[in-house]
Design a protein around this ligand. Structure first.
Ligand SMILES: [Zn+2]
Length: 419
């Protein structure tokens, strides 16, 4: 896909030089505010709306829908790009943290590039994969340049409780679209010399993630995203792990655990191949130190290089990924194994963090049910009246929501062990 993007941008640059010719105007791919300014500033929200409207109008393969509305009345939007309805779906969640803007700008230019691409390879890609993009997952936070939304809530800790409009909008998309891949774009602050790569990534560490889905997410990281970034000259590593600058050996873990309320982990619990990607905010060189636009362009370009790896993975592993996610969505109907309420793939669960012999379901009181029924529905968890069985696609999610042993449970419902 690297070549596709380069070609498209060349066409875009040519077209941009011809804007004075009216006949060309309708065909001219719009540019982001970030591109217009050479990276001196991030694309504004009015510019984003103009770009999405232009792309929606100009391209048959693109549609833009409002999937939610924030407290400050900004739209949360979903962009769909595809030549036809495809079984294979890849979801990009861009800048859940409003003060981490590079992922959002990478997403906006990617939407534009794919919308206007005319080459056979991209068309073939979009015939077999539908790309779904939430370009600004936290519009109020982006407007204020804050991590949280306008209530100060970290949206990326709300994927279980679903108390925010933003979290609810994303949950509904995941429920309705069942993406094969969920790719979550962020940024981080470096701590040299232990934690300072251009890009870090991380797969779902939650122990309820299906093995084949977990393997696919690690493959996406290790065999596609990191090599693509390296080919473009960016260093990479594992999110949350400090390493010895001499040996590269891990020293300690500062982030990236298995908690289910984080999108990266909830992706695994919901049987999607999840990947978190984090670009380095801090200037990398003296030249970047002296030129903020150069620094910003490196942040966005590293995200674009990583996205090329994602698209190559999607193309090369489409069948394998669909098989993994498809089977994982079925195992909940027959599985009788443990459910994990703690631990991670690099941190074995304590005995108290394992429900060894899970109940067949949970009985809720009328009050409990009234309190959580909207959230169950947004997750796509089935219930029979006030009874929630484990025998369903999202089997492990049921105790995570309803068992008092789960750290973020919504309510402590009564386990039904009579099966
Ligand atoms: Zn973040």
């Amino acid at each position: 896909m690297t070549r596709i993007r380069t070609l498209t941008l060349t066409v875009a640059a040519l077209a941009a030089s011809l804007v004075a010719v009216p006949a060309q105007a309708a065909e001219t791919p719009p540019r982001t505010g970030f591109e217009e300014s050479g990276g001196a500033r991030w694309t504004s929200q009015p510019e984003e709306q103009r770009l999405l409207a232009a792309v929606d109008r100009a391209s048959d393969r693109v549609s833009v829908a409002r999937i939610g509305t924030t407290k400050q009345d900004r739209p949360v939007q979903l962009v769909r790009i595809g030549e036809r309805p495809a079984q294979n779906k890849v979801l990009l969640i861009c800048s859940q943290h409003g003060d981490e803007p590079s992922g959002r700008d990478a997403c906006l230019s990617t939407i534009r590039d794919l919308a206007y691409a005319k080459d056979r390879q991209t068309r073939r890609f979009l015939e077999r994969t539908t790309l779904l993009v939430v370009p600004t997952a936290n519009p109020d936070g982006r407007a204020a340049n804050t991590r949280g939304n306008s209530d100060g809530v970290d949206i990326n800790r709300d994927h279980l409780a679903l108390q925010t409009a933003e979290g609810r909008a994303m949950a509904a998309v995941i429920r309705d679209q069942r993406p094969d891949v969920i790719y979550d774009l962020h940024e981080y602050g470096a701590t040299p010399p232990y934690y300072d790569k251009d890009l870090f990534d991380l797969w779902p560490r939650n122990l309820n993630t299906d093995d084949a889905v977990h393997d696919a997410a690690q493959t996406l990281s290790e065999s596609y995203v990191r090599p693509a970034a390296a080919d473009a000259g960016h260093s990479t590593g594992t999110y949350g792990i400090w390493t010895d600058p001499e040996t590269g050996e891990p020293i300690k873990q500062v982030a990236g655990d298995g908690q289910e309320r984080i999108l990266r982990n909830m992706s695994g619990v919901k049987h999607s191949v999840g990947l978190l990607i984090e670009s380095r905010v801090d200037p990398l060189t003296e030249a970047e130190q002296a030129d903020e636009a150069l620094n910003n362009r490196r942040r966005v370009n590293s995200q674009l290089a990583a996205l090329d790896g994602l698209f190559d993975f999607t193309d090369a592993r489409r069948g394998q990924v669909e098989t993994a996610t498809g089977l994982a969505r079925l195992t909940g109907y027959t599985d009788t194994g443990p459910v994990y309420v703690g631990g991670a793939d690099n941190d074995p669960a304590e005995p108290a963090e394992v429900i060894q012999d899970p109940p067949c379901g949970y009985r809720l009181t009328d009050d409990q049910y009234a309190q959580v029924k909207d959230e169950l529905a947004l997750h796509g968890v089935r219930s029979h009246g006030t009874y929630v069985p484990l025998r369903q696609s999202l089997r492990a999610l049921v105790p995570l929501l309803l068992d008092e042993r789960a750290p973020y449970h919504l309510t402590a419902a009564e386990p039904d062990t009579g099966c």
